[in-house]
Design a protein around this ligand. Structure first.
Ligand SMILES: CC(C)(COP(=O)(O)OP(=O)(O)OC[C@H]1O[C@@H](n2cnc3c(N)ncnc32)[C@H](O)[C@@H]1OP(=O)(O)O)[C@@H](O)C(=O)NCCC(=O)NCCS
Length: 147
C-alpha cells in the first residue's frame, strides 16, 4: 500500500441553477462566442462581451433616435458568471430612462451552456446610456413617443 498522497483533483464547480428569462425585456440579440474570443483563462474575453452588450443595448434606442447615436456612458457592468466557448447567449433589453437627448437601457445576458440548451444562466447585466447626435456629432433631441 502506497503512502504517497495522490495529486489533488480540482474541485468541480457547483452547478449554477437555471433561471427564468425576463418577461419585461425584449430579446434583441443572440450570438455564440468562438475560440478566437477567449482570454488567457480559456473563458470569453470580457471586452468581447462588452462589445456585444453595447450593440444589443443600442437596438431599442435606435427606434427613438432615427439616425446617428453614440454611447456616452456605461453606468454599470457586472460579469456575474463566466461566458464559455459554445454558449448560446441571449441579450434582453429594456428602456429605463428617456431624457432630452439620451436614452438609458438595462441589458441582461443569459447563457445556455454547451450541451445544456434550454437552461439559462444569467452571466452579465449592464446599464448603458446612448445619445442621439446630429451630423456634427452634437446632441440632438430624442423623438419621444416612438418605439
Ligand atoms: C455623446 C456626446 C456627443 C455627448 O456630448 P456632451 O457635450 O457630453 O452632451 P451633454 O453634456 O449635452 O449630454 C447629452 C446627454 O448625455 C447625457 N450624459 C452625458 N454624460 C453622461 C454620463 N456620464 N452618464 C450618463 N449620461 C450622460 C446627459 O445627461 C444628456 O442627456 P439628456 O439630454 O437626455 O439629459 C459626446 O460626449 C461624445 O461625442 N462622446 C463620445 C461618444 C463615443 O465616441 N462613444 C463610443 C463609440 S459609440
Amino acid at each position: 500500500m502506497s503512502t504517497e498522497s495522490s495529486p489533488a483533483t480540482p474541485p468541480t464547480p457547483p452547478a449554477t441553477a437555471s433561471v427564468a428569462l425576463p418577461t419585461d425585456k425584449e430579446l434583441v440579440l443572440k450570438v455564440i462566442p468562438m475560440p478566437a474570443d477567449c482570454n488567457a483563462n480559456g473563458d470569453i474575453f470580457g471586452g468581447w462581451v462588452m462589445a456585444q452588450v453595447d450593440l444589443a443595448g443600442s437596438v431599442v434606442p435606435a427606434r427613438y433616435v432615427n439616425g446617428r447615436m453614440a454611447t456616452v456612458a456605461v453606468n454599470q457592468f457586472i460579469f456575474k458568471q463566466p461566458v464559455r466557448v459554445g454558449d448560446i447567449l441571449s441579450f434582453f433589453a429594456s428602456l429605463t430612462r428617456i431624457g432630452n437627448t439620451s436614452i438609458t437601457v438595462q441589458v441582461e445576458v443569459y447563457a445556455e451552456r454547451f450541451r445544456a440548451q434550454g437552461q439559462y444562466i444569467k452571466v452579465t447585466e449592464a446599464s448603458l446610456t446612448y445619445v442621439a447626435i446630429d451630423d456634427n456629432g452634437k446632441p440632438r433631441a430624442v423623438v419621444r413617443g416612438e418605439g
